[in-house]
Design a protein around this ligand. Structure first.
Ligand SMILES: Nc1ncnc2c1ncn2[C@@H]1O[C@H](COP(=O)(O)OP(=O)(O)OP(=O)(O)O)[C@@H](O)[C@H]1O
Ligand SMILES: [Mg+2]
Length: 500
């Protein structure tokens, strides 16, 4: 389950080194840096937008001002034409004076707007206008005579000038309308795109963080459920906060895993201590027998018949074997072996645990009887760890029956896919209010430091790791039953996926 980006992709083979380097630096950026970059880009964009907006508003003001001047220019030409008309109709000297006034005004307008007009209409049009205007001026009568005729001459040039100014104004109006439209679209669409891009970037960033955090959450849940810890896969090129968290998590979980194993191992050794008197007794018996037989053989060496001597020696060998077996079983149980998952018969596991504790049972006057349903399916598990489960339950039961009693182990099919083992005793029982605490680490009712309170928490841990669960029923002064449910072996594969 890759929590981080796969190792293939843009930095793969065939990419130019520069692109690859850029990609690598992007991956190396922390989330904080990436957010900073998004912020900087976004605010730079907003700043650029505000600047462009201000410049546009300023340029609009200028355009509107120019429009005003152009309108005045047209107005002056139209006034000029009105007096030109009047002059033609009335032949009045006043009209001629007014024409001169407006010619001056138009000259002033041209001086002011020359560059603008050239820009709007083009040089050729402007020069043509100038020519017409100059001809118009040249055609003005020098005195009051022949005003009517002059009017006739002026008329076509006046019209051309008025058409030019009208056309100019219309062109400028169109230009302003176009600019206004571009302005409107740009400043409504661009901020929208920017907000969308930022939202998209933040969404992608958040999704990548949330996706990877959900892998972490799942890993934490797996550990809480007691499942085997599988390290979260990590892309070594990514170096952000989540990757740091994943790496630290992997480290802590691995340490926790090994610490749990160490704890189980040390508890196992401590358990041996608790029934060491039984073990000593168990070893003492064959050693005594060996010593007695050897003594007898030594004393009666010359008189004893050969057959009898051979029988004594056989007995010595059998007793040596018995002692050897006890030591071997004990070593087998205490040795810190790598967990080996294999197909097991649950009754063999129970028998192994019983064997380890046999003398303790005898010493404490506790009888352990077992019953099993025939033809039970196999289970998959670690024999040593499962032995530890039953050993802890047996030891607890012995402690609950200081004056002796009965442990009954009943093995049968459980709910679908499970084998059920009930370990019942006739001991002191557990008060109802304490039942919810017994699986807590360090919960013990045994006084004087005789109990560490780890036995049942380790039982719980081991059973959970085997995919099983535990139930407990107890009645004070009547006894307790621990029911262990273990899944039957469906696919015979170990934790590395190998056939077992
Ligand atoms: N069969 C039982 N009958 C009565 N009480 C029990 C039984 N099994 C467990 N308990 C109670 O549960 C407590 C916790 O058991 P657990 O095995 O975890 O710790 P412990 O036996 O006290 O110490 P140790 O770490 O040596 O096993 C016991 O102290 C005891 O009070
Ligand atoms: Mg215990």
């Amino acid at each position: 389950m890759p929590i981080l980006r796969p190792l293939t992709g843009p930095s793969g083979k065939g990419n130019p080194p520069a692109r690859k380097a850029r990609y690598m630096t992007t991956l190396h950026r922390s989330i904080e840096t990436r957010l900073k970059i998004v912020n900087v880009v976004f605010f730079s964009f907003i700043l650029a937008l505000v600047t462009a907006y201000s410049l546009q508003v300023f340029s609009f003001e200028k355009k509107i001002e120019t429009m005003g001047h152009l309108e005045k220019f047209l107005q002056d030409i139209l006034e000029l034409r009105r007096y030109e008309n009047n002059m033609m109709l009335n032949s009045g000297a006043d009209d001629q004076d007014n024409i001169v006034i407006y010619v001056k005004r138009i000259k002033g307008d041209l001086k002011l707007l020359q560059h603008k007009i050239r820009a709007i209409a083009g040089d050729r049009e402007f020069d043509q206008f100038r020519k017409n205007f100059d001809t118009y001026i040249a055609s003005l009568p020098a005195d009051n005579h022949g005003l009517k005729n002059s009017g006739q001459i002026l008329r076509p040039y006046g019209k051309k000038m008025a058409d030019f100014a009208t056309h100019l104004l219309e062109k400028e109006r169109k230009l302003i309308r176009l600019h206004a439209r571009i302005f409107l679209y740009t400043f409504t669409i661009l901020p929208g795109i920017a907000v969308l891009l930022v939202m998209l970037t933040i969404f992608r960033l958040t999704r990548s963080v949330v996706d990877r955090l959900s892998f972490l959450r799942q890993a934490v849940r797996d550990i809480r459920k007691g499942g085997k810890f599988t390290p979260i896969r990590d892309d070594p090129r990514i170096n952000d906060e989540i990757s740091d968290l994943a790496r630290s998590f992997n480290k802590i979980a691995a340490e926790l895993d090994s610490k749990t194993d160490e704890l189980i191992q040390s508890k196992k050794l401590a358990d041996i201590g608790t029934f060491s008197s039984g073990i000593a007794h168990e070893l003492n018996n064959p050693l005594n027998n060996i010593s007695l037989s050897a003594d007898m053989l030594l004393e009666e060496y010359d008189d004893i018949p050969k057959d009898e001597a051979r029988e004594i020696l056989r007995d010595i060998l059998a007793q040596t074997d018995r002692a050897g077996n006890i030591v071997r079983d004990l070593l087998d149980f205490t040795r810190d072996k790598k967990p080996t998952i294999r197909k097991l018969r649950i009754c063999d596991v129970i028998a192994g645990a019983k064997k380890l504790i046999e003398n303790e049972l005898r010493l404490k006057a506790v009888h352990l009887e077992t019953w099993k349903q025939p033809d039970l399916p196999y289970i998959l598990g670690d024999e040593q760890k499962l032995q530890q489960v039953f050993l802890n339950l047996f030891v607890n039961a012995i402690h609950a029956m200081p004056d002796g009693g009965l442990i009954h182990v009943d093995t049968h099919a459980g709910p679908e896919g499970f084998i059920r083992v009930d370990v019942s005793d006739t001991g002191a029982g557990i008060p109802q209010e304490k039942i919810s605490n017994i699986f807590d680490p360090f919960f013990t009712t045994r006084r004087g430091g005789t109990g560490t309170g780890l036995g049942l928490s380790i039982v719980y841990e081991i059973v959970k790791k085997h995919g099983g669960y535990i139930e407990v029923e107890s009645q004070v002064q009547a006894g307790t039953t621990f029911s262990i449910f273990l899944p039957v072996a469906t696919e015979a594969k170990d934790e590395n996926g190998k056939q077992v």
